[in-house]
Design a protein around this ligand. Structure first.
Ligand SMILES: Cc1cc2nc3c(=O)[nH]c(=O)nc-3n(C[C@H](O)[C@H](O)[C@H](O)COP(=O)(O)OP(=O)(O)OC[C@H]3O[C@@H](n4cnc5c(N)ncnc54)[C@H](O)[C@@H]3O)c2cc1C
Length: 341
């Protein structure tokens, strides 16, 4: 029996665990046991407060070719769910999205434009609509259709799929990764601890990118609008509420709601969409994105054991989780651990 432990129950941990389990089940190799071991589970992981909009964001020095490959895999995965009877349960929505830039020298980043559906640049006439009532004008924009997969629904859905197929789930904080790898019964350990890796591995390349959002009730908002400027706001509908954002404050570890940020979010989003004035405010939320100089996705041998790292997904953990899980599985298969496999 090969035993695999995935540490972390955020989007990356659950996607990786499910990927490994479903691979071996499809191969009819039933001598593989996969467990998720984590301190926190949904609804208390970083993704749970996010809108889960597909789109690469805040990924620092991660190679564009990798981001492209990983995010494309997630788009395909979401398309499959969207076309299945699971879409509602998994919280997967197909929606129009507009990204806007105020920088006359840099248009909206779009190296991924062939992944989404129907991407077109906004015409000057279309931009003029968004520029009404604004001092700082938008100079370019991209309109397309993509998915949201809000982790508050996606995570329970993926976890249920994992458990139904025999995956195990255990609540435990790992305080010493070295001794966990050495002394635990697991042959393969996949580290998906997000910002937890900063402490667990003394990884100085990791830092929090604080994000605050507000959730409101506004059933009439059907499209996502994002201002790409450094201090830009965004509006992203989910199935039952709308997320207004947002902040990205590097190396800020404060998890308390800030009134100043709340004002910035509400006022900025109302400038983008004045109708938001008459909406019900539900709650505010703060999360710490697992920022890193680049995503760490690699494996190392520890004696007869294999340790795979998959963390540091910044502002795109939801967008990248399926593609990164593909690579976790590839690293595991490439290791050809021993005759048990
Ligand atoms: C405001 C905000 C909005 C966002 N919006 C989007 C978006 O629209 N689209 C998008 O793609 N991304 C978005 N993100 C980013 C995304 O939420 C993160 O990149 C993603 O959630 C990271 O997932 P993860 O699984 O790597 O880490 P996490 O979700 O942080 O999970 C880490 C897991 O590891 C566990 N853990 C940590 N340390 C230990 C330990 N020592 N022992 C045991 N368990 C441990 C934790 O309990 C947790 O279960 C947003 C983030 C924020 C804050």
């Amino acid at each position: 029996m090969m035993k695999v432990a995935v540490i972390g129950a955020g989007v990356n941990g659950v996607a990786s665990a499910l990927k490994i389990l479903e691979h071996y089940q499809a191969e009819k190799r039933l001598n593989v046991q996969v467990s998720i071991i984590s301190e926190e589970f949904t609804p208390n992981t970083t993704g749970d407060g996010s809108a889960g909009l597909w789109g690469p964001f805040l990924l620092s020095g991660t190679e564009k070719s990798k981001i492209y490959q990983w995010s494309k895999s997630m788009h395909n995965f979401l398309e499959k769910i969207w076309l299945s009877e699971d879409a509602g349960e998994a919280g997967v929505c197909l929606l129009p999205c507009v990204r806007l830039s105020t920088d006359p020298n840099v248009s909206v980043e779009d190296f991924w434009r062939d992944i989404v559906y129907g991407a077109v640049d906004l015409t000057p006439e279309q931009l003029a609509v968004y520029n009404k009532n604004r001092d700082v004008k938008f100079t370019s924009g991209l309109s397309f259709v993509t998915y949201t997969s809000e982790p508050l629904k996606l995570l329970p859905y993926l976890t249920k799929r994992f458990v139904r197929k025999g995956g195990r789930v255990e609540q435990q904080k790992v305080t010493d990764l070295e001794s966990f790898v050495r002394d635990s019964p697991y042959d393969v350990i996949v580290n998906c601890t997000g910002l937890g890796s900063r402490q667990l591995l003394n990884d100085d390349n990791m830092y929090a990118v604080r994000g605050q959002v507000s959730r409101i009730k506004a059933n009439w908002v059907f499209a996502a609008i994002l201002d790409e400027s450094d201090d830009g706001n965004y509006i992203i509908p989910n199935t039952e509420s709308v997320v207004l954002g947002g902040t990205h404050q590097e190396k800020d570890y404060n998890t308390k709601v800030s009134d100043v940020d709340k004002r910035f979010i509400i006022d900025g989003c109302r400038r983008l969409m004045p109708g938001l004035v008459h909406t019900q405010h539900l709650f505010d939320w703060v999360g710490l994105r697992p920022g890193r100089v680049q995503v760490r996705l690699e494996s190392e041998r520890r004696g007869r054991k294999l340790l795979i790292h998959n963390y540091g997904h910044g502002g795109s953990g939801v967008t990248l989780c399926e593609g990164c899980a593909d690579d976790v599985l590839s690293l595991l298969l490439a290791a050809k651990l021993n005759s048990k496999l």
